[in-house]
Design a protein around this ligand. Structure first.
Ligand SMILES: C[S@@+](CC[C@H](N)C(=O)[O-])C[C@H]1O[C@@H](n2cnc3c(N)ncnc32)[C@H](O)[C@@H]1O
Length: 301
């Protein structure tokens, strides 16, 4: 089996402290639970977990994200089944926080299933306004619908378009484009040295990602906000995709106003150079955030 070092050798030139990065891939990320504030409070969930013997620490970012030691199957506890929390990687939860949807707004989530970020947005919007949760795959949309019901959310409708052809009839205040990607950020080993997640077959992912991002942008109202997210380190799926948008539309990259350790987007990769504003993008690495790898870009129309 290839080592982490071999698998990511091509990225050693831009991942800071590459040895620590490879070491982090050999450890499990701390379990993170997002408290569903539509049903309960962080204090109630903390008390329930502590009663069961778990060590719980609120994340320094927000007490709605709880970090729990040694909780390996968070979806099976009663509190999860009651919809009191949603297990979600810490870095994944940053996407909705960075997009910051407001109560009463019109939101489009172009690649929404199984609904981690959609349900987080609904919670941030206090279940007011409307989220159109789109996903191309019906089975995955059913998972989203199940999650939405369990979490007690009522401001979501689902659609099943290929996101790149999502109808342009309506405009949205905010759009989330959490694209299908090679999933490198989830690539980790468990305690027995077994590989838990593989790099997914990529096909022509950057092409699809560019199409999805362009369509997401075209769905924005004037001055609307878009968040582009992937869980991969690959610059061809991240900066290169955002670069196409900057070249083809009058889009602006914005800083992400959250206090979380991260690296900036790349200015160059191999023979490619990227727009200087790429510095506003976030690269999240497992050895910085003790979570899974993510890329975030906040974009304004
Ligand atoms: C990274 S996952 C989304 C995860 C989701 N945002 C969440 O937080 O739970 C990417 C999703 O894109 C969907 N997908 C793949 N191709 C698509 C397309 N052309 N249009 C819309 N959705 C697509 C997949 O079914 C998958 O559910």
């Amino acid at each position: 089996m290839p080592s982490s070092h071999d698998l990511f050798a091509a990225y050693a030139e831009f991942i800071p402290d590459f040895t620590a990065f490879c070491a982090a891939l050999q450890t499990a990320p701390t379990c993170c639970l997002r408290v569903n504030t539509l049903r309960t409070t962080p204090a109630v969930v903390q008390a329930m977990l502590r009663q069961q013997g778990y060590h719980v620490t609120p994340s320094p970012l927000t007490d709605e994200l709880l970090l729990v030691d040694n909780l390996t199957h968070p979806g099976t506890l009663q509190a999860a089944l009651l919809g009191y929390y949603y297990p979600q990687a810490f870095t994944s939860a940053l996407a909705a926080l960075a997009l910051a949807p407001q109560a009463g707004e019109m939101i489009c989530d172009l690649c929404a299933a199984p609904g981690s970020k959609t349900s987080h947005m609904a919670q941030l919007m206090r279940d007011q306004g409307l989220i159109v949760a789109n996903d191309r795959h019906g089975k995955r949309l059913s998972m989203l619908e199940h999650n939405v019901k369990r979490l007690g959310i009522s401001n979501i409708v689902t659609t099943r378009y290929p996101g790149q052809n999502f109808p342009l009839r309506h405009k949205f205040h905010r759009v989330l484009v959490d694209t299908p990607c090679s999933g490198e950020g989830n690539y980790r080993w468990d305690a027995q040295g077994r590989l838990q997640h593989y790099r997914r077959a990529s096909g022509d992912l950057p092409r699809l990602q560019r199409q999805l991002l362009l369509r997401g942008f075209d769905l924005l109202t004037e001055r609307g906000t878009l968040l582009y997210a992937t869980c991969t380190y690959n610059p061809s799926e991240n900066e290169a995709v955002v670069q196409t948008l900057l070249e083809q539309r009058s889009a602006t990259l914005e800083p992400i106003q959250l206090d979380v350790p991260h690296d900036s987007g790349l200015q160059r990769w191999k023979d490619q150079t990227y727009d200087r504003r790429m510095a506003f993008c976030w690269r999240l690495y497992p050895h910085h955030a003790n979570s899974v790898g993510f890329f975030l870009a906040r974009i304004r129309a």
